[in-house]
Design a protein around this ligand. Structure first.
Ligand code: NAD
Length: 279
């Protein structure tokens, strides 16, 4: 068996087309503010991508590059100003923040209606209450990719490898909302294979190159690879793609899988935020 490759780029283009049409139909131009603190090279790449794509799509994008040693109170003041600014509908505070900052305090200071990353307690709480408002983009991306296969999620065994607030936990909650039986694995899980081999849907979000081997995957499974690992061989996912595609039913590649879909869902989140603010 050779898995069908889920083309994240192609799927993202459909979503972006829809986003573009909705902007065309709207009287307002959506506004995004991206705040980046310090000079983390990976953050620089991610922010560059978000800025480029949002501008291409017709968003107004303001970028705030702040020095590593900015005081927490000054960052909070900037976020407060952006919270008040009518032309800004979405605010991204790029993570990670420098060690001297209280990340939770900073993230929580973004107005929930403008929190297009979906990381504030209000947005995560809404997700737990099955009352989704703004949902983290990577988790949404995983769901769209799974749904694109046409498989029924209800009643399936879904195994998530990784329990971060950004990916693992929100994707688990979204799969629960779709009535999957969800298992969350993490770095302290004793026998990872014991869980993954039963997965009809497997989401790998551990940040460990080629963690998921062929013998850990059930025949015909849907395998979603969230991992982005920079190795000597270049970019690699968390899944040993070449081997696992021999057994899986569907699989996302890295790159061109979850990555482009995450950007598309983020831009969609900004339109949701614009609707919520009503300005
Ligand atoms: P994280 O470091 O916050 O969390 C990783 C999780 O994996 C933790 O919960 C940890 O317990 C678990 N883990 C680590 N090693 C493990 C192991 N050997 N077995 C089982 N579980 C293990 O990372 P994150 O922010 O959730 O990101 C995960 C990966 O996804 C990273 O590679 C990141 O770059 C990538 N990512 C990609 C996108 C995208 O758009 N494609 C978006 C966000 C994150």
């Amino acid at each position: 068996m050779t898995a069908e490759i889920i083309d994240g780029t192609k799927l993202s283009e459909k979503i972006l087309e829809d986003v573009k049409n909705r902007i065309k139909d709207s009287k307002k131009r959506p506004g995004l503010a991206i705040v980046i603190v310090g000079d983390n090279p990976a953050s620089e790449i991610y922010v560059g991508l978000k800025e480029k794509k949002s501008k291409e799509m017709g968003f107004q994008c303001e970028r705030y590059d702040l020095s590593e040693d900015i005081k927490e109170e000054d960052l909070l003041k900037l976020i407060d100003d952006l919270n008040q600014k009518q032309s800004i509908h979405g605010i991204i505070v790029q993570l990670p923040l420098p060690d001297h900052m209280n990340e939770n305090l900073i993230v929580d200071s973004v107005l929930p209606h403008k929190d297009v990353d979906g990381f504030t307690p209000v947005n995560l709480g809404n997700l737990i209450n099955d009352n989704n408002m703004i949902v983290p983009a990577t988790a949404r991306a995983c769901m769209e990719l799974i749904k694109s296969t046409g498989i029924e999620i209800k009643g399936k065994n879904a195994v998530i490898v990784g329990r971060s607030k950004i990916v693992g936990k929100p994707v688990s909650l979204l799969l629960l909302q779709e009535h999957a039986t969800v298992t969350i694995c993490h770095s302290k899980t004793e026998d990872l294979r014991e869980h993954t081999k039963n997965a009809d849907i497997l989401v790998a979000a551990a940040g460990k190159a080629k963690l998921i081997k062929k013998n850990m995957v059930k025949k015909g499974a849907v395998v979603i690879d969230v991992g982005i690992n920079r190795t000597l061989k270049g970019l690699e996912g968390d899944v040993d793609f070449e081997a696992v595609k021999e057994v899986a039913g569907y699989i996302t590649p890295v790159p061109k899988g979850v990555g482009p879909m995450t950007i598309a869902m983020l831009l969609d989140n900004i339109l949701i935020a614009m609707k919520l603010t009503g300005k």
